[in-house]
Design a protein around this ligand. Structure first.
Ligand code: LMR
Length: 393
């Protein structure tokens, strides 16, 4: 049977990243996967996360399984972290399940939706290429709504398309730092969206993998606040890959808010029933590290400062790229300064993307998405702007 198994194309992001690693040109710039890199090209630990890691290593008493829903302290702290000011008003009707990364949270949400909801998920177009694959693997029918282009969110199109959503449909929205465009809804669109989706009886699934990296934690939680206030059935997929540099530890969570405490208990029960046959229970180490950072007031404050520095660096890269392209007379990415997070759509076509790779050893995704966090220093930003000017001239 294996002899007839068809070949599959490489993953558009992680498959390409693996190819990039084989390019031995010294000037290589990797703008593929959404991973932060310093000037040496490596992904360093956050100082606070390193300190928490040492504390956890010194306290490894119990090696038994975690519960199906994960580490109790982690779940509690993540709920409070994600829901923040809204936490007190929904504490008795919210829940949190630890998951293997944000991808794991989305996979659990998909299987849960297949089990209890309508079986349809609406994804923005464009979106992270893994979203449709996760949803389909979870057994969901995928529909799309027009979200926008590389320069702007199309608010009217979003509302028009989602007016066709049915009761129990899941609507996935990027909470902040939209991947791939970097364009997020404004407060007015969030409010309109929340009212529409509540009235449609839809389930809102916020992908919050980049919380804190857009405009700071408070602003990036806008979507969560608005959805909670509107009273929608809410799921939030969380990840500490980018904001704690715990990429390879797979530290994520699915947070839910239901209309009543009884509904929350039943919802959690169904989520656990999905997790048990999927991976039984999550790994402990990274979650304990994250729980230590979130729960220790000293570490927590310093960590927030570290995240703010990363967020400011991304904003600075955007400003520098905008200035660098303008200085070279390139009119691509006109709104890059006003976008948020790691990603931007360069607007480069397939030919230009190919030339960036072959002539300059600069790698963006096939669709032109660039991970700006991969522009490690001034020299890299300069090289990038020069190369873009060359391939578009
Ligand atoms: C990305 O979009 O590059 C990141 O979320 C990494 C991934 O898993 O695709």
């Amino acid at each position: 049977m294996f002899a007839d198994v068809p070949a599959t194309p490489p993953d558009p992001i992680l498959g390409l990243s693996a190819i990039v690693k084989g390019d031995e040109r010294r000037e290589r710039i990797d703008l593929t996967a959404g991973v932060y890199r310093d000037a040496t090209g490596s992904t360093p630990p956050f100082e606070t996360v390193e300190a928490a890691t040492r504390a956890v290593v010194d306290d490894m008493q119990d090696w038994g399984y975690l519960p199906i829903a994960g580490h109790r302290g982690y779940r509690d702290r993540v709920s409070r972290f994600v829901l923040a000011d809204a936490y007190d008003s929904v504490a008795d009707r919210s829940w949190c399940v630890q998951s293997p990364g944000g991808t794991g949270a989305l996979a659990v949400a998909s299987a849960f939706a297949r089990r209890v909801a309508s079986g349809t998920i609406w994804l923005p177009a464009p979106t992270w290429p893994n979203h449709p694959a996760i949803a389909r693997q979870g057994g969901l029918d995928v529909r799309t709504y027009r979200y926008g282009d590389e320069t702007a969110v199309w608010g009217d199109a979003v509302l028009e398309d989602l007016a066709a959503a049915g009761a129990g449909d899941v609507i996935l929205v990027h909470a902040c730092c939209h991947n791939p465009t970097g364009n997020d809804p404004d407060a007015e669109l969030w409010a309109d969206l929340a009212a529409l989706l509540r009235d449609r009886g839809a389930v809102v699934l916020l992908d919050a993998a980049y919380l804190g990296l857009g405009r700071g934690f408070a602003a990036d939680r806008c979507a969560v606040d608005v959805m909670v206030a509107a009273g929608v059935d809410l799921l939030v997929a969380v990840s500490f890959s980018k904001t704690m540099s715990l990429y390879r530890e797979r530290v994520g969570a699915l947070v839910g808010v239901a209309p009543t405490a009884a509904a929350a208990a039943n919802t959690l029960g169904n989520v656990e029933a999905v997790v048990r046959p999927m991976y039984s229970n999550p790994p402990a180490f990274g979650a304990r590290v994250a729980a230590t950072v979130l729960g220790d007031p000293g570490l927590r404050g310093r960590w927030e400062t570290e995240v703010a520095a990363l967020q400011e660096r991304l904003a600075a890269i955007r400003r520098q790229v905008a200035a660098g392209l303008a200085a070279r007379g390139v009119d691509l990415m006109p709104t890059i300064e006003h976008q948020a997070g790691m990603f931007a759509m360069t607007g480069l076509d397939a030919d230009a993307v190919g030339r960036l790779r072959s002539q300059f050893a600069i790698y963006v995704l096939d669709n032109g998405r660039a991970n700006l966090a991969g522009l490690a220093d001034d020299a890299a930003i300069d090289a990038f702007c020069t190369a873009v000017a060359t391939v578009t001239s």
